[in-house]
Design a protein around this ligand. Sequence first.
Ligand SMILES: NC(=O)C1=CN([C@@H]2O[C@H](COP(=O)(O)OP(=O)(O)OC[C@H]3O[C@@H](n4cnc5c(N)ncnc54)[C@H](OP(=O)(O)O)[C@@H]3O)[C@@H](O)[C@H]2O)C=CC1
Ligand SMILES: O=C(O)[C@@H]1CCC=N1
Length: 264
Amino acid sequence: MISNKKQVLFLGAGRMAQAIISGLINDSSFHIMVTNNGDEKRLRYVQDTFNVEVIESWREEMESTDIIVLALPPEGHDSILKELAEFVDQQLIITVAAGIGPAYLEERLPNGTPVAWVMPNTAAQVGKSTTLFANGSYMTAEHETWLQAMLQQVGTYEQVTEQQVHHLTPITGSAPAFVYKMAESLIRSAEESGITEQQAQNLVSSMLEGAAAMLQTGQKPSYLTDQVATPGGVTAAGLEVLDESGLDQMLQRAIAACHERAKH
Ligand SMILES: NC(=O)C1=CN([C@@H]2O[C@H](COP(=O)(O)OP(=O)(O)OC[C@H]3O[C@@H](n4cnc5c(N)ncnc54)[C@H](OP(=O)(O)O)[C@@H]3O)[C@@H](O)[C@H]2O)C=CC1
Ligand SMILES: O=C(O)[C@@H]1CCC=N1
């Protein structure tokens, strides 16, 4: 029996691949195959956790594959694309790698290959990724439909330009880690009150959820900050320390460092 399912092959089985797969398995129109760089234990874990097909050699699967997701480090792309170039025949090639835009892919793949650059974040694991994507020049309407069907399984998504994905990678891709760092510090401090670590984590995550909901009302962060900081009150004292310590400059430097690292 010929399957009507779209055959999706993941090259890479790490954090990002797993986060995307955990959403994608909810759409039965995709059949998922996964391979990696040789870590068999990880591959078996992915197979057992998500009930997907793991494969030994992707080359043998190319003919029946519709979509390839490159979920491997940016540094691995050059050599894998060289190899892929020998086998691709109109498959949609998607990368999630920082700094690897459609131009990079098209330069290394046969003329006319449909490509897309997707920048998700690990909240894909809970269907809450904020995903940005930029298409290459040869995406058809059908490819667009496939891509968007995939992205909708992992959260919200927005098409932007290639340059914008470059620019926004530290904000939507990396900054969750900045927020988790802040959460770690707040949780540690909360625990000093005598509550358990779990209680502290619940309090902090609920506080962050509330703050995110306030931002989503469209009110400006500076206004929301003022609303919290009673004149001469306790928050104002804390904000002074953050300002004196250069929180804003520190974040801008962190974003600049992400950009620098993303250059290939
Ligand atoms: N983590 C994140 O929050 C985000 C990551 N990304 C991007 O996702 C990509 C993967 O990152 P992440 O999942 O964090 O990294 P991980 O280290 O968790 O996973 C990397 C995976 O790539 C595999 N791999 C390496 N080389 C090859 C190869 N030649 N062929 C097949 N598989 C290969 C590894 O294999 P093995 O299992 O054998 O080691 C591993 O499964 C990166 O390009 C990153 O920029 C994008 C957005 C967010
Ligand atoms: O740290 C990284 O390189 C990847 C890209 C964006 C988030 N994680």
